[in-house]
Design a protein around this ligand. Structure first.
Ligand code: PMP
Length: 443
């Protein structure tokens, strides 16, 4: 390994190589920008001074209020007023901020128990367990469920938290083409010659792992086919619903609700509370046996401090609203509003002529800019027009598929969406984003 001038192997070698990539320098100012408001339909960005290369010199005292098309606030529960905020503030008054302990020690608050019962009821599962962080729910529970000798068949677009969990588990991982059922079956068939064999030994178990709504693609998993494949080959399914729970299905219960599939067909239902519930943390729902097993074997349960009580309260209150347990139809209205906003937004973007990925019912809407260096240009131009968006590029996406990822919300008004759509229509030609426009359609 190369040593630096002082004779040390650099600590951050891999990072430095990526960091010094010329394209990264050009988009550096598009990330890590401090916000100083609640991330709802609007947010307030702290302004900063950058040079032509995107290097930040200083943060200024000024702030810009922007329309927020970047935060994961699907049902608009990221608010600092209303029932969720009021209940959470009360929970802080009652329980303080931190549990100061792990779930297994003195860190199980009554709100955790209440939340687990409600989550299981909401998802139609026998039981559920909740964790303080969504990322850790994947990364730290997968190693409890699979080990060397197990086969995992994983969608190529799965999230980093899944990939980390799979690596930590030591299981054999084979990747199939994104949402491609033929490729999935081929991978399984190639891996189980003469029954289930690995060098003559049977696989301990086979797990298919995927997301409900894919976080960078906006695609919706083909769950009915996956369930058929599971039954055909006797595998298990692990479904990450980070972006689909709350945001899809007529009752907001996620992808099983969307397709009308029996939740019991999904062995491990994982999701996060960071998106549709305006809170933080993650859950796993499934059979009573599975959840009992995790209560004694999950590193995230046994060795990490538990979810803050006020965070649990935010989820409880928003989940009750989604389920209509507050005695109103507000939850249903939010779900329907998100679906209307999503379809309108996607339809208008297609008319404008930009290229988007994903399913028409997915509130995650990636708009392709392709070139890494264009990400910065689009993010900066939109920020100047008081619109906050998220740019995504390599390594989160393939190197030539840079994109701007929008997340829609029930909280967005038609006026806000139209303001953005007009802006993208105006800047789209200058920045060369209207890839799908035929020459005769051009202005
Ligand atoms: N799974 C998926 C599919 C995600 O997109 C994310 C984060 N966006 C996570 C897990 C991690 O969740 P969290 O941000 O709640 O830690």
């Amino acid at each position: 390994t190369e040593k630096n001038r002082d004779g040390y192997v650099p600590l951050y070698d891999a990072f430095e190589r990526f960091y010094s990539c010329y394209v990264y320098r050009r988009v550096k100012d598009c990330w890590n920008r401090p916000i100083c408001s609640v991330p709802s339909d609007t947010l307030v960005l702290k302004d900063r001074i950058t040079n032509d290369y995107g290097w930040t010199f200083e943060f200024t005292g000024t702030r810009t209020k922007c329309i927020n098309l970047g935060s994961y606030n699907y049902l608009g529960f990221a608010q600092n007023s209303g029932p969720c905020a009021e209940d959470s503030i009360q929970a802080i008054g009652k329980y303080g901020i931190s549990t100061s302990s792990t779930r297994r020690e003195l860190g199980t608050n009554t709100l955790h128990n209440e939340l687990e019962v409600l989550t299981a009821q909401f998802l139609g599962a026998e039981d559920a367990i909740v964790f303080g962080m969504g990322f850790a729910t994947n990364a730290l529970n997968l190693p409890s469920l699979i080990s060397p000798g197990c086969l995992v068949v994983s969608d190529e677009k799965n999230h980093a938290s899944i990939i980390l969990g799979l690596r930590l588990s030591g299981a054999t991982v084979k990747v199939y083409e994104h949402n491609n059922m033929k490729s999935l079956e081929q991978v399984i068939e190639k891996s189980i010659v003469n029954g289930q064999t690995l060098n003559g030994k049977p696989w301990k178990k086979i797990l298919i792992i995927l997301e409900g709504v894919f976080s960078m693609e906006g695609s919706i998993v083909k769950l009915p086919e996956i369930v058929d494949i599971k039954k055909k080959y006797g595998t298990y399914i692990y479904l990450d619903e980070a972006h689909s729970v709350g945001a899809t299905g007529p009752n907001g219960r996620g992808i099983t609700d969307y397709y009308g599939i029996d939740p019991k067909d999904i062995d491990i239902m994982m999701g996060t509370f960071t998106k549709s519930f305006g809170s933080a943390g993650g859950y796993i729902a499934g059979s009573k046996n599975l959840i009992d097993y995790l209560r004694t074997n999950s590193h995230a349960h046994c060795y990490a401090s538990s979810m803050a009580p006020a965070v649990a309260q935010q989820i409880l209150t928003s989940m009750k609203i989604i389920m209509g347990l507050d005695g109103t139809d507000e939850g249903k209205q939010r779900i329907d509003q998100l679906a209307r906003n999503t379809r309108y937004f996607r339809k208008r973007l297609a008319q404008i002529g930009v290229i988007t990925y994903g399913h028409e019912d997915s509130p995650v809407v990636p708009m392709l800019v392709y070139l890494f260096s264009k990400i910065g240009a689009v993010v900066r131009t939109l920020t100047k027009r008081k619109i906050a968006v998220v740019g995504a590029g390599f390594p989160a996406t393939p190197i030539m598929e840079g994109r701007i990822r929008f997340c829609l919300s029930a909280a967005h008004t038609r006026e806000q969406l139209d303001y953005f759509l007009q802006a993208i229509d105006e800047i789209g030609s200058t920045l060369g984003l209207k890839y799908s426009r035929k020459p005769q359609d051009a202005e």
